[in-house]
Design a protein around this ligand. Structure first.
Ligand code: SF4
Ligand code: SF4
Length: 139
């Protein structure tokens, strides 16, 4: 179950439709696994262990689907699903974000708009906190 949850909440961008389908199949397996664990465990611990997943699947299925198909985390919790970008209209090229980025994902020259390389970004949010001009957005 953990492996499936990890597949849903990590890795993103430039993924193909078939990979989304594989993740969707994973969600269905998650449900089946949870039911099997609940109905076949001998003790109460095993019987209740899958409840968090089963209840969130029941009440927040749209969030699972957003993770699987849109590759988005509405709650803004799954770091690797967040997409950070710099608004070139607001960026003054102060270089602060590039200096603080732990992944070296921000490129640019002083006094010119900077740019985030999505493939390198780990979604830590440090740049957004550092920018004095609120030029960095996340979705
Ligand atoms: S979110 Fe983190 S890793 Fe991504 S560009 Fe900003 S500082 Fe770098
Ligand atoms: S910290 Fe803000 S203003 Fe400075 S370079 Fe980065 S995005 Fe541009």
């Amino acid at each position: 179950m953990l492996e499936i949850l990890n597949a849903i909440t990590t890795g993103r961008r430039e993924e193909k439709g078939s990979q989304a389908l594989e993740r969707f199949q994973g969600v269905m397996q998650l449900e089946q696994l949870g039911e099997v664990i609940r109905s076949t465990s001998l003790c109460g611990l095993g019987q209740t262990a899958p409840n968090p997943v089963l209840s969130t699947l029941r009440w927040f299925r749209d969030e699972y689907e957003a993770h699987v198909f849109d590759r988005k985390c509405k709650a803004g919790v799954c770091q690797s699903l967040l997409l950070y970008s710099i608004d070139p209209e607001k960026c003054r090229g102060c270089t602060l974000c590039a200096k603080k980025c732990p992944a070296g994902a921000i490129l640019g020259t002083p006094k010119a708009p900077h740019h985030i390389v999505p493939e390198r970004c780990v979604g830590c949010g440090t740049c957004r906190e550092a920018c004095p001009f609120a030029a960095i957005t996340v979705e």
